[in-house]
Ligand binder design. Structure first.
Ligand SMILES: [Zn+2]
Length: 463
């Protein structure tokens, strides 16, 4: 029973305490009057957006409710670039703003700097661009291309050894493509050389060894002047430097000295219009015996090689097939015409009379250089026989016939025409028919010699 009593006591006591507390509160606080609550006015903020010089912004802002998100975008005008925002540290062109206060932003721009790129070339090549004005940061690729006979040799203004250079414009820049000659012929300094120029603008440059007798050098120049006058070499468009189409170097020395021109033409020797991968030139290495024995060949070789230069350039298009009896036959017979006219020597008889049976029986052997002949005697014979045939079959005068073989043949060349067609076109009978006629000739130079006093001026009067 003791427990029951205590529980009851606590309950009663608790009731009294609670009751008395609530009584006290009701007596001290005034009653609240209940009226309907109005919606709270939304808070508004002002956004002000502007653009400095050099661009625009997507909005100028306005008044927005608190918490509104507004995206503003800056766009630079041409020639300007965006640099940032006044009022914000972002460097992005688009900015999203949450309106929790009045805010002001300005988009900032600056002029993009313009830089000048200047690209030049030294002698011997070209560049893909000469440069110009570019906005800062522009990448420009430039490529240097050497001309034929030159190689690329680096850049002035850059250490690159590459022919292509990518340049980023962060300042004004200047570069020069440098080239080096790889062609020793083209590298020859012509400014100090004596030369002659034909009425057709073709130039021969003289590279003459001092070891040649002064009298020979004088005669050489005199013969060159003479030939240049009556048989002017035509100047054609050159595709490589010194390819013999518009100018040609003549290298001359005596056989008893070492060639003084090795640096340019290597071990080339003898007499020829010859060349290497760099171009064509004339070699006149004069055999020393010809000085000792006063052999006229030391001068006639000039006439011979000169005429080859004429032959090679006479045709506007392609050089006709170089039938040996027409090529060498012409150059060799011209030696004899010159010899008769200026040295009073019948060189046909003294040097070119060793005609073989091949000349009449197998003339086709002398279309090419395979068969050895003595001083081109067989070619000379076939050449003079052709002059005769032109008179007999076509009724031409001797001079007319000589003009055909010396000049017209060499002027007639054109692309894509073979020797048979061209031969018949120029001479009026077939190559085969001509060979057939030769069978009735005897291989004797005396039987085909030109008659009378033919002068070179007559043969070449129309040039
Ligand atoms: Zn020759």
């Amino acid at each position: 029973m003791k427990y029951s009593f205590s529980f009851l006591s606590i309950c009663i006591l608790s009731f009294i305490i609670v009751f008395s507390c609530s009584t006290e509160e009701e007596e001290s606080v005034a009653p609240v009057v209940q009226t309907p609550q109005p919606e709270p006015e939304p808070v508004e903020y002002t956004l002000t957006v502007s653009a400095a010089e050099g661009g625009t912004v997507s909005t100028e802002g306005g008044t927005y409710d608190e918490g509104t998100e507004v995206t503003i975008t800056a766009t630079p005008s041409e020639g300007y670039r965006f640099t940032g925002w006044e009022g914000n540290t972002s460097t992005e062109e688009s900015l999203t703003i949450t309106l929790n206060s009045n805010q002001t932003y300005q988009a900032l721009f600056e002029l993009i700097p313009i830089y000048t790129l200047t690209i030049t070339t030294g002698e011997g090549g070209t560049v893909s661009t000469e440069g110009g004005e570019y906005e800062e940061g522009t990448e420009v690729e430039v490529t240097a291309t050497p001309n034929e006979g030159y190689r690329f040799d680096g850049w002035e203004g850059n250490d690159s050894t590459n022919e292509s250079l990518t340049i980023t414009l962060n300042s004004n820049q200047t570069y020069q493509a440098l080239f080096q000659l790889t062609n020793p012929l083209a590298a020859l300094d012509v400014s100090a050389l004596e030369y002659i120029e034909s009425s057709e603008d073709f130039k021969f440059y003289y590279n003459i060894s001092n070891n040649l007798p002064a009298a020979w050098i004088e005669e050489f120049k005199s013969i060159m002047n003479y030939l240049n006058n009556i048989i002017p070499v035509k100047s054609r468009v050159s595709s490589t430097p010194r390819d013999g189409k518009s100018e040609m170097h003549i290298f001359s020395w005596t056989s008893i000295e070492e060639s003084p021109f090795k640096e340019t033409i290597g071990d080339a020797s003898g007499a020829c219009i010859c060349g290497n991968q760099y171009g064509r030139y004339m070699l006149l290495e004069i055999n020393n015996n010809e000085f000792i024995y006063n052999h006229n060949h030391r001068f006639l070789v000039i006439v011979h090689e000169y005429f080859h230069a004429f032959q090679l350039n006479a045709s506007e298009n392609e050089t006709p097939t170089k039938l040996k009896f027409l090529m060498e036959g012409a150059a060799a017979t011209l030696e004899s015409f010159y010899s008769k006219q200026y040295f009073n020597e019948n060189y046909f008889i003294s040097a070119q009379s060793n005609v073989t049976n091949n000349a009449v029986n197998s003339p086709q052997l002398f279309e090419e250089r395979g068969v050895t002949e003595f001083n081109y005697a067989d070619s000379v014979f076939i050449f003079l026989s052709l002059v005769k045939e032109l008179q007999i079959k076509n009724g031409l005068t001797q001079i007319e016939a000589l003009k055909k073989v010396y000049v017209e043949w060499w002027q007639s060349g054109r692309e894509g025409v073979n020797k048979e067609i061209l031969f018949e076109e120029v001479f009026g009978f077939s190559l085969e028919g001509f060979y057939e006629s030769l069978k009735s000739y005897s291989p004797d130079i005396e039987t085909v010699l030109p008659s009378g006093n033919i002068t070179m001026e007559e043969i070449f009067e129309d040039l």
